[in-house]
Design a protein around this ligand. Structure first.
Ligand code: FAD
Length: 393
């Protein structure tokens, strides 16, 4: 029998974008919740990942009265900057619905969400490595963790929001066979590089026969680079010199600023979806439930979408004793997730196949080039891409 110290309505496992957005929405709705995060505050606030908040997500924060306090960065431009075989070819996005999207580094969003949650009186505990019990049955769900003094703490709750990413504990607490896993491996990886130098361009993507490359500014003194590479690459093969050389080759221009590289990581490109996104009192949000390839820039935005759908469902249940939105949480989110997986897989394949033909062959390369040209030439193809990028599709 567990000794229960505390009780709340929602235990949120994980203080990433999904957990923090959910915590803020619940707090503003007067719903009790506690966020339990495995890592330290410093670690969470420094973690570099995504960089784009789409129009849908920016509007969502505005509707919750949070836009001014949490969304930083500069507006995204309605243009995708390409270097194709060394030639600059900006792709102007025709839908005029991009004005609310932002280049907002994920760590800026995370830091702002933490500040707002804590200053508004939210309960956020770091260094809390959680395990879960009683996800089904008559008793309340339990979240157990060891606090900084070494004592075991147990929090009981009505609902658990599993916002602990792909490698967390929430999804693995679900008995095997209860969720169906759908997945697709793209067959290549990205070397992701952080450097302490300004990028040549705010955002630029290179399509080249040696593979895709990307560069994105992360403020005045830092930039993020991506290099498509084989799955069996290792970071040790990528010296700083080789990285700068390869970027110059694929972009077909000198990298004006070459400075200290602070981190390199290999990210295999894949898509994963778990269905359903709930089990008993546990609801899965964000990367705990689905992964999209980073080419689509949608992982963080999907996590924010789940947070809003789940917050609205809990509010309706608590204020009107109506469980219909909780019952439909998984199907509501999965409709959106599959729509984005469709976009993400098409866009990922197009951009990679249009460059290096060695993965899927010359036929796929030619098809990808035709698809790409259509985006420059056809208004309807361009508008569809624009709406996906804005998050309005
Ligand atoms: P996470 O951000 O992973 O947060 C999960 C949290 O749970 C973490 O803080 C973790 O420490 C915590 N946790 C884990 N286990 C436990 C436990 N046992 N107990 C308590 N806490 C736990 N997305 C975009 O939308 N746009 C982009 O431009 C983009 N670019 C990307 C580029 C790269 C290189 C990568 C890798 C990803 C990119 N993404 C992008 C994806 C995006 O970063 C993720 O989809 C997003 O972080 C998911 O948020 P989350 O809250 O679900 O999970």
């Amino acid at each position: 029998m567990s000794k229960v110290d505390e009780s709340t309505t929602v235990v949120i496992v994980g203080a990433g974008v999904a957990g923090l957005a959910l915590g803020n929405f619940l707090l503003r709705s007067g719903i009790n919740c506690v966020i339990l995060e495995k890592r330290s505050r410093e670690y969470v606030e420094q973690r570099q990942r995504a960089g784009v908040i789409d129009t849908r997500a920016a509007r969502m924060f505005r509707e919750w009265g949070l836009e001014d306090r949490v969304v930083g960065g500069v507006p995204t431009e309605p243009v995708l900057n390409f270097r194709i075989d060394g030639e600059t070819r900006p792709l102007k996005l025709e839908a005029d619905d991009h004005r609310d999207g932002r280049f907002c580094p994920q760590r800026v969003l995370v830091r702002n969400l933490i500040d707002v949650f804590i200053s508004d009186g939210g309960d956020l505990r770091f260094d809390a490595d959680v395990s879960l019990e009683n996800l089904v049955g008559d008793e309340r769900a339990l979240a157990r963790y060891r606090d900084s003094a070494g004592s075991t703490r147990v929090v009981s709750c009505d609902f658990v929001a599993g916002c602990d990413g792909d490698r967390g504990v929430s999804r693995v607490a679900v008995p095997s066979g209860s969720l169906t896993r759908y997945s697709h491996e793209y067959g290549y990886a990205w070397l992701t590089v952080l450097a302490e130098v300004p990028a040549n361009h705010q955002s630029m993507m290179a399509l080249h026969h040696r593979g895709f490359a990307g560069q994105f500014t992360r403020g005045p003194h830092a930039s993020r680079f991506y290099l498509q590479c084989p799955l069996d690459s290792s970071t040790s093969q990528w010296t700083d010199e080789r990285i700068w050389d390869e970027l110059e080759t694929r972009f077909g221009e000198p990298m004006a600023n070459q400075g200290r590289i602070t981190s390199t990581q290999l990210v295999p490109l894949r898509s994963v979806v778990y269905d359903p996104m709930s089990y008993g009192r546990l609801y899965l949000l964000g990367d705990a439930a689905h992964i999209v390839p980073p080419m689509s820039a949608k992982g963080m935005n999907l996590a924010l979408h789940d947070a809003e759908v789940f917050a609205n469902a809990v509010v309706q249940y608590q204020t009107k004793n109506d469980s219909s939105l909780l019952d439909s949480y998984s199907s509501t989110c999965l409709r959106h997730v599959w729509n984005y997986q469709a976009f993400a897989s098409w866009w990922t394949e197009l951009v990679h196949n249009a460059g290096d033909a060695s993965y899927q062959g010359a036929f796929r390369h030619q098809v990808a080039r035709a698809d790409l040209e259509r985006l420059f030439e056809s208004g309807s193809a361009n508008r569809l891409l624009s709406e996906f990028i804005a998050g309005l599709n």
